[in-house]
Design a protein around this ligand. Structure first.
Ligand code: FAD
Length: 254
């Protein structure tokens, strides 16, 4: 009890994790209690040296937007989307199944499993970018670049559909998922047209097919991990008509 409020601390609930809580556990804990009460991040015990050297941007943002000084009081927090796990399938040279197309960074599925570890993006963007660039340069000698096509941006008429897709994905693919909400999401997205809804559908169908919980994929109807069936990578392929979901073995070591 502090300031007349009931507090519970993550370090007390997960003593084995100390102060290094994985993001999926933190997000789920916040999600569980956020329906009923406010959740705070307390940074008041962090030294001024660390705040000025490492967290000055965060401190400034909290002051500007929340009018809170993180040195003096806890700030209210909620889980936010900040990384897409999975993505375009690439090989070790960052080549996609489409000839002459390479991918690197957050858009492709590399260097991470079901969870998000700090620094993964740096690896994907810097190392992955370097490998992809090397592959692209090797292909450039043999590729006729005049075949490159213009990217089609969604027309303005599709903006409301994209907003709807955004809403469905937020509601169904959030911190906690279940079969009912995923099926409802699929039903809604089926009525939408274009490439983005197709991508949304691939994500929803992949989450529906994985009947277990692993890392950030938390199914409340299947709360345990099932290595026998799902210690695998989910692959969604579009054959021009429909999306096929399959599971392929995870390479033991790259
Ligand atoms: C709030 C937040 C906090 C984060 N914190 C961390 C962290 O602490 N540590 C960490 O490792 N990662 C963190 N990340 C994740 C990390 O920032 C991203 O994974 C990383 O920046 C992705 O880099 P990228 O180059 O792959 O993609 P992006 O940085 O997204 O670059 C893609 C670029 O492509 C452009 N683009 C998109 N579509 C088109 C198009 N059709 N034509 C032309 N250009 C296009 C976009 O404008 C953009 O400039 C965080 C992300 C967020 C949102």
């Amino acid at each position: 009890m502090k300031d007349g409020k009931q507090w519970y601390f993550m370090e007390e609930k997960y003593p084995e994790l100390g102060n290094l809580m994985p993001r999926d556990i933190t997000a789920r804990e916040i999600w569980k209690v956020s329906h009923e009460s406010e959740v705070f991040l307390d940074m008041t015990e962090i030294s001024e040296e660390i705040i000025s050297n490492k967290l000055s941007g965060l401190a400034d943002d909290c002051m500007t937007y929340l009018h809170k000084d993180i040195r003096k009081e806890p700030v209210s927090v909620l889980p936010g989307i900040h990384y897409f796990m999975g993505g375009i399938l690439v090989d070790e040279q960052h080549r996609t199944p489409i000839q002459n197309l390479c991918a690197a960074g957050e858009c492709c599925a590399q260097y991470h499993g079901a969870n998000r570890l700090g620094g993964n993006s740096l690896l994907g963007a810097l190392y992955g970018g370097r490998v992809a660039a090397k592959s692209a340069c090797e292909q450039a000698d043999v590729v006729d670049l005049s075949c490159a096509t213009q990217i089609d941006f969604p027309p303005a008429s599709q903006i409301s559909e994209i907003k709807q897709l955004n809403k469905v994905m937020q509601e169904t693919m959030g911190v906690v998922r279940n079969e009912n909400t995923l099926l409802n999401g699929i039903q809604t997205v089926q009525a939408l047209t274009g490439n983005l809804p197709l991508l949304g559908m691939a994500v929803l169908k992949s989450a529906l097919a994985r009947k277990e919980s692993r890392g950030a994929h938390w199914r409340e109807d299947y709360p345990k991990s099932n290595d026998d069936d799902y210690l695998k990578t989910t692959v969604a392929r579009f054959d021009g008509k429909q999306i096929q979901i399959s599971f392929v073995p995870v390479p033991e070591r790259r």
